[in-house]
Each structure stands twice: as C-alpha cells, then as structure tokens.
Design a protein around this ligand. Structure first.
Ligand SMILES: Nc1nc2c(ncn2[C@@H]2O[C@H](COP(=O)(O)OP(=O)(O)OP(=O)(O)O)[C@@H](O)[C@H]2O)c(=O)[nH]1
Ligand SMILES: [Mg+2]
Length: 440
C-alpha cells in the first residue's frame, strides 16, 4: 500500500505541475488579452457630440457595420423632422396666443400687414401638418423601447443599447410581408412606413412652413431656437420624403437622438501589426445620467472629453440657469481630478468648431453671455483660443498626476477632418497604453 501511495504522490505532483503550468499559461493569455484591450470612455454634457464621435469611429474602423445599420436610421431622421415641425408650430402657437392677448382685433393694422406679407397663413399650414405631427409621440416611444421619458434632462426620443435591432427593417420579407417574430418590431416597421407615406404627402407644406416669413423672422430674431439637426433636415426634406429614401452618412451624422445609460461598441484596431480590441463607451451626458459613468472609471484606458465650444449662448436643458460652457468646465474639472481615473489618458476635443464660426459670423456676441470675455475680438481665432486656454488651465491646475493632454478642435459632422483626428487619437491612446503597460 505505501508503494501505491508513493506512485500516486508522484503522479499527483506531476498532475499538479501540469495544472500549475496550465494556469500560468492561462494567466499569461488573459494578461496579454487585457493588455490588448483598450477601453475608451467618451464623456461630456448632453449634445456635446459623443454619439456622433462614436459613429465616426464606426465609419473609420467598421464601415461595413454602419452600412448594415443604415436603414435603422430612417425612422430617426423622420422623427427629427417631425420634432422640428412640432417645435415651430408650438412656438407660433405661443406667439399667436400672445398676439391675440395684445391685439384682440384680428382686423387690426398689424395683423393685416402680417397677413399681406405672409403668402399662406400658418394656421392653414398647421392643419395640413397635423397628420405628420400626430405621429411624433408614438414614433419616439417606439424608438425608446416603449419607455416614456425618465427625466434627467430628456426631452425628445432617446435610445438604449441595442435599439437598432428593434428598428432594423430586415424583418420584412421581399414580398413585403413582415416575417418578424416580435410584434414590437413589426409595429416599428409599420409605423416607419406610415410616417414615410405621410411625409411624402406633406413635404411641400413642411417646406412652406420652413420658408414662411413669420418663421424666418423668428429665427433671425432668435425668438425661435431649434435643435442643431433641425435646419439640416428641414433644408433636405424633399430628398428625405422620396419613397425609397435611405439615410446618407451625412444624415446619420446629423441625427439627434439622446443616449440613455452606457452603450458599449467594439472595434478591431491594428497598430504596428498588432490587433487591439478597442472598446468604446458612449454615455448619456445629461446631469441625471452622469452617475452611471462611475462604475466604468476603474479600468478606463482613456477618456475622450468632448466640450462643445459653440454652446456659449446656450443653457442646460436640465438646469436653465447653467451656461453650457460653464457646465463643461466644471465637468472637465471633476474628470481631471478624479482619483479613479488617475491612470486614464486624456484627450480633449473642443467640438462644434463649425457652429462656433457660424454663430460669430452671424454677429452673436460672446460677451453678452460670458462677461469675462470682455473686450476681446468676437472672431473665431480669438474665441477658440480663449476657450482652449480655459480648459488647458483647468488641466494644469487640477490634474495632480500631470498627465499629457491631447487637444483637438473638431467639427464632428465633417467626415474628412474628423477621420484624420480619429487616426491621431487612436494612435496616441494606444502608444500611451503600450508605454504604460510595458507591452511590445
Ligand atoms: N454642426 C455640428 N453639429 C454637431 C457636431 N457634433 C455633433 N453635432 C450634432 O449635435 C447633436 C448632438 O450630438 P450627439 O452626438 O447626439 O450628442 P451626445 O453627446 O451623444 O448627447 P447625449 O447622448 O444626450 O449625451 C447631433 O444632432 C449632432 O449631429 C459638430 O461638430 N458640428
Ligand atoms: Mg449620445
């Protein structure tokens, strides 16, 4: 018996050695996989351009998947148009109510003048647009997965991770019948088709409203403020109302759809012949959603912080007293000084440079909204440098770990310019990651 025990012990030692070796190999494999994994979080306030940047990454690293998703953007483009139309009508409605209080007599001289100057009454347009506007709530609710607004600054439709599967019209067979198993998917497809038909019927009226002198005047006087996507889609309504419309890449980049929670996207990035597993986290930026970011901080390789520098004349949806640039500066301060993020590389994108240029050219004065701007010239060169200096100063003061900060000015809807930035950012993040982990 003792002999057998000895053999067993030897055998046990051999097996144990093999197991140790297996575990060691497994550990090395996992460690290397972890090192080849790059986790990048995009942070910034609502509407700063995070989801648009994610689409640009998709275009750069996985253009096939963007192609595949193209049809799912169709109802979202429709929704952006309907929301813009509804916002214009709401605004006119408000003004009419105010006018009728001030001018109870509709035959007054001013009312007559407005009528002569306006080719069609906005009331007539409203009636014709009712069938289109009536679809908004249902479309928004379907896109949001049947969950109504949860607060936290949410205004229109928003999406949660995986929304495209619910919207993908791949469930339609070639004979036009719906083969989808899921009835929610089926109603989304039917609703999209109904919206398309309604838009085909009324697009000329949408254009009449968009070009209406009363609307033009209000836009000029800035008494009517629309979302940034609105003017792009209303200018293009004729093309979008074509029955066989499929969103272009430019359309997809211009879409506005709020993000809810945290969505993960994976890309293969090859640098120096090595394949990296690039994970991007696209988060909701409204104040009520920022708590959801924290669990992802611990192992973030890099933070891409987006600050829309065109937003100097805008206030937060979730807190109308806070200027958006102030909010961005506060948020950047919190990110730079957060201990959980001390190992993360920092990239700062000063976004919406195109809109900043446009606003300044239209004569909007920064000083009126940010008094510390003082007597500086109201030019793009001076303003962009002023904002850049503020963010850099925060980084210098608040980053106790003195990390490098990569800064770029971006216009995220410009494909060519942004693709160059993405190439640079991708390489810089991976190189810093290699230097930090000792990976070769
Ligand atoms: N003109 C212009 N529009 C931009 C730019 N970047 C983003 N946009 C538009 O701004 C809107 C908001 O962009 P999103 O990417 O949805 O913003 P977000 O940061 O993901 O917002 P949340 O999901 O709410 O946190 C969209 O309509 C974009 O097309 C830019 O550089 N220039
Ligand atoms: Mg988003």
């Amino acid at each position: 018996m003792p002999g057998r025990t000895l053999i067993d012990d030897d055998e046990a030692a051999r097996i144990s050695g093999l197991i140790d070796e297996d575990l060691k190999q497994e550990y090395i494999k996992r460690r290397d996989a972890r090192r080849r994994e790059v986790k990048v979080m995009m942070l910034g306030q609502a509407e700063s351009g995070k989801s648009t940047l994610q689409k640009q990454f998709q275009l750069f690293y996985a253009s096939q998947s963007l192609e595949h998703e193209r049809p799912s953007w169709r109802p979202v483009v429709y929704l952006n148009i309907i929301t813009a139309v509804r916002m214009i009508l709401d605004n006119l409605d408000m003004e009419e109510t105010m006018d009728s209080n001030v001018l109870p007599d509709s035959s007054s001289e001013l009312s007559q003048m407005i009528r002569i100057a306006s080719p069609v009454s906005t009331g007539d347009l409203r009636g014709a647009l009712l069938p289109l506007v009536a679809i908004e709530d249902q479309l928004a609710s379907q896109l949001s997965g049947g969950v109504d607004s949860l607060g936290g600054g949410l205004t229109g439709a928003y999406v949660r991770p995986g929304w495209q599967e619910r919207v993908d019209p791949a469930g339609i067979s070639y004979d036009g019948h719906n083969t989808s198993k899921d009835s929610k998917e089926a109603s989304m497809i039917e609703l999209t088709e109904l919206t398309a038909r309604t838009l085909t019927d009324v697009w000329e009226t949408v254009m009449d409203l968009w070009r209406h002198p009363a609307v033009r005047r209000k836009l000029q006087l800035r008494k009517l403020r629309l979302e940034e996507a609105a003017s792009f889609f209303l200018d293009n309504v004729q093309r979008i109302a074509e029955p066989d419309y499929l969103p272009t890449t430019e359309d997809i980049l211009n879409v506005r759809l709020q993000t809810l929670g945290v969505a993960e996207h994976r890309y293969d990035v090859v640098l120096g012949g090595v394949n990296y597993n690039w994970l991007m986290y696209d988060v909701g930026g409204a104040r009520g959603m920022r708590h959801a970011w924290v669990p992802f901080f611990d192992d973030a390789t890099a933070i891409i912080f987006l600050a829309p520098i065109s937003a100097f004349d805008q206030y937060l949806d979730e807190d109308s007293r806070t200027n958006r640039i102030d909010d961005s500066l506060q948020l950047f301060t919190a990110i730079c000084s957060n201990k959980l993020l001390k190992n993360a590389h920092l990239v700062l994108l000063l976004n919406k440079a195109d809109l900043l240029k446009r606003k300044l050219e239209a004569g909007i004065k920064i000083r009126k909204y940010i008094t510390s701007y003082g007597d500086r010239r109201n030019t793009y060169e001076e303003a962009s440098e002023y904002f850049r200096a503020h963010f850099i100063q925060i980084h210098r003061k608040k980053d106790a770990w003195q990390r490098a900060l990569y800064v770029h000015f971006t216009s995220m809807i410009d494909v060519k310019a942004t693709q160059d930035v993405i190439g640079n950012v991708g390489e810089a993040v991976i190189r810093s990651h290699i230097a930090q982990t000792g990976l070769t």
